[in-house]
Design a binder for this molecule. Structure first.
Ligand SMILES: O=C(O)CCC(=O)C(=O)O
Length: 302
């Protein structure tokens, strides 16, 4: 579906102005939109998951541990595919108002692609460098978007998500170094083409959603504050957007239709997309690549 077709249908949750602003700027911030009982469930679920990491000492295909992690004092960068590790993460993704909000932006037929929980731990949680998502998981069109849920309040000093408004309409950057090795972020040269002085940061109270289009340049700063910033991220697309490379964060729910119907025909956008490297031998995570670390595990996680 084109943005015009999406906008021609009546919205379920968002205002028409919010939908127009998403298509114009490539992002949205919806403050305190998730009811607190759901947020409390997400907190309890996440505490349970964090407790499980006390028994592990090395990153693997599920957990990306931050240097300094220990049983007494967990320090985590990411839980990959949370929907496969606790049923509540999938219940929230498929049965809450999240799906209706996404339907307002991609059309009535909504498909799940992957999920991840980025922790950005207190006092040092890792920076995410400026990047675009779609080069990690190209699709036949640019409807894919990522919804982030703040499960605790997130202030400016906790490393909220930052976006470059309008960048989704610009160039798609080849996220590699001079030698052609994948870095998962814009090179210094390419960064000169992006006006980072126009960056908009999206802090918000618990229960707020950040939404960014798969072409939007985005990132986040270090978290130096005493409070963590768990951001629960889900990527969705219109049902007629078909991935043409492997899913870096594979899930048993990959391609699940969470609203509407499966597509009978793919929609193709004529704008080309850079391809990711062959990750069949393992990837690591966006953090390991951006920080220049060796891949943590033989599994594939973005
Ligand atoms: O956690 C963040 O601040 C940003 C995450 C992100 O952009 C990603 O994982 O692709």
């Amino acid at each position: 579906m084109t943005p015009e077709e999406v906008l021609s249908r009546p919205p379920r949750i968002l205002t028409q102005a919010q939908r127009e602003s998403y298509f114009e700027d490539g992002y949205l911030l919806l403050e305190s939109i998730i009811p607190m009982d759901i947020v409390d469930n997400l907190r309890r679920t996440t505490e349970e998951m964090v407790d499980r990491t006390r028994g592990i000492a090395k990153s693997d295909d599920v957990w990306d541990l931050e240097p300094g992690h220990s049983a007494e004092s967990p320090r985590l960068r990411r839980l990959s595919a949370p929907v496969d590790h606790h049923p509540y993460y999938w219940e929230y993704c498929s049965q809450s108002l999240l799906g209706d909000i996404v339907a307002d932006l991609v059309g009535p037929d909504v498909k799940f692609h992957h999920s991840k929980l980025n922790f950005k731990w207190a006092k040092g949680g890792t920076e995410v460098k400026w990047h675009q998502d779609i080069q990690f998981w190209p699709h036949t069109n640019y409807s894919p978007l990522t919804v982030g849920t703040y499960i605790y309040d997130c202030d400016m000093d906790q490393g909220p998500l930052g976006v470059i408004p309008g960048s989704h309409k610009g160039e798609l950057f080849h996220q590699v170094d001079e030698a052609g090795n994948w870095t998962g972020c814009l090179s210094d040269e390419d960064l000169k083409k992006v006006d980072v002085t126009k960056a908009v940061y999206l802090p918000g109270p618990a229960g707020s959603l950040t939404i960014h289009n798969c072409r939007t340049v985005h990132g986040s700063k270090l978290n130096q504050s005493p409070n963590g910033r768990p951001l629960l991220l889900y990527a969705f697309s219109s049902a007629d957007a078909m991935p043409y490379t492997g899913n870096p964060i594979r899930s048993s729910h990959d391609q699940a239709i969470i609203r509407g119907e499966r597509a009978l025909m793919a929609h193709h956008d004529p704008r080309p997309c850079w391809l990711p490297p062959d990750w069949s031998g393992g990837y690591g995570s966006i953090f390991t690549h951006q920080q220049g670390e060796k891949k943590a595990a033989p599994a594939m996680t973005m």
